[in-house]
Design a protein. Structure first.
Length: 386
């Protein structure tokens, strides 16, 4: 007997209320201040680090219009002394203009070194204390003081994208606009520093560059140009299982290559986390949205995960195809080919006979009801979604 059933791959896109492990890492040398088994809440400070803020070089000879050998005479403080942001670094009387040329310190720091040949002054910025909040309701499972990391078991809603790039990062989620907007560099600003941005159907290369410059933590988008993605991924479109790629930002494309609006299943979930703390892992193409309900801690405490291993934290869990599933009326599907790429809808009818397509291939047509219309799509261009 011939099996007349039709099947489509089932893709995992959104998981709700799952228990996972997250790694919280210090941003410099410091100490984790929690113990294994300890319960934590989002605002709890679980560690602190001292972060070197770097240095700044000021060309005083050029700024003051003096000879390099004369710069030291213009300093207001001796080398090795501390200086504060906005304080006078150096000055020179300008008799011709009837005024004075001055140089102000751009930050708190120490006057470290003056090059008498170039007239350049090096100001080493003062170290900054950075506290690490838990960010989640959870239970501490492991602490690694050498790496400055704590592993916390918690509850999240998990979004699986199609592809991405960048190491794990976290930050406050900010939605730039509608799910089908284009992300241009004009949308990127310094006030978004450290945030995780939700874009629209496509992010342009100059927007990615601007986001890196403004120290944006991550970007979630519907699509990305294949050429831009290859540039970030070292010229590759397919990664090996163990990956560690990063260009200074984490990006997850939820729908694939090209201009494709973020699916409503994912966008609706992200909207609920506007202004909330989230995790993004570009290399795994995964976004974790921690529960904001304190009652989730009860479930976290009652659920045991398999024994902890470092391998648990490097597995590629993005772009998951779970199995093939029988197509049936009422099933929710996503179009993965044809002119309707990325559209989602509910199956309302399945043809019982083959149709000759313009490509010359025969396939069964499935009628979908989307949010805007009804469309017919070949079975081969569909995947069932969760």
């Amino acid at each position: 007997m011939i099996d007349s059933r039709l099947f489509a791959p089932l893709r995992l896109r959104v998981e709700k209320e799952v228990i996972i492990r997250v790694v919280r890492s210090l941003k410099g040398k410091g100490r984790i201040n929690v113990n294994v088994g300890q319960e934590v809440q989002p605002a709890d400070i679980i560690g602190s680090a001292i972060l070197s803020a770097g240095f700044r070089t000021l060309n005083l000879a050029r700024l003051l219009s003096v000879a390099s050998s004369s710069v030291e005479q213009c300093l207001t403080k001796a080398l090795g002394q501390r200086i504060y942001k906005g304080e006078l670094v150096a000055s020179k009387k300008s008799w011709a203009l009837g005024g004075e040329k001055i140089v102000i310190s751009p930050a708190d720091g120490v006057l470290d070194f003056l090059n008498p040949k170039t007239g350049e002054l090096k100001i080493v910025f003062m170290p900054e204390k950075i506290d690490l909040p838990a960010g989640v309701y959870g239970v501490v499972e492991a602490v690694d003081q050498q790496r400055g990391q704590a592993v916390v078991r918690t509850q999240v809603s998990r979004i699986h994208g199609i592809l991405g790039s960048g190491r794990p990062r976290d930050g406050i989620l900010h939605i730039l606009g509608k799910k089908d907007n284009l992300v241009t560099k004009e949308l990127i600003s310094v006030k978004l520093d450290g945030q995780i941005l939700v874009g629209g159907s496509l992010i342009f290369k100059d927007a990615i560059s601007a986001a890196i410059s403004e120290r944006i933590g991550g970007i979630i988008t519907g699509g990305i140009n294949a050429k831009d993605y290859k540039a970030m991924a070292g010229g590759r479109l397919i990664f090996p299982k163990k990956i560690d790629n990063d260009v200074g930002i984490s990006i997850v494309a939820c729908e694939g290559f090209g201009s494709i609006p973020i699916g409503s299943d994912i966008f609706d979930e992200l909207q609920q986390y506007e202004g909330k703390f989230v995790f993004i892992d570009g290399n795994k193409a995964v976004i974790n949205l921690p529960s904001v309900n304190s009652l989730s801690l009860q479930k976290v405490k009652s659920v045991s995960l398999p024994p902890f291993s470092n391998n648990d934290l490097v597995q590629n869990t993005g772009n998951i195809i779970k199995e093939n599933i029988e197509l049936r009326v009422g099933l929710r599907v996503r179009v993965i080919g044809s002119s309707y790429l990325g559209e989602q809808g509910k199956v309302v009818a399945i043809d019982g006979s083959l149709t000759l397509l313009p490509s010359g291939v025969k396939d069964y047509l499935v009628t979908l009801e989307t949010a805007r219309r009804k469309i017919q799509v070949p079975v081969a261009n569909l995947e069932a979604i969760l």
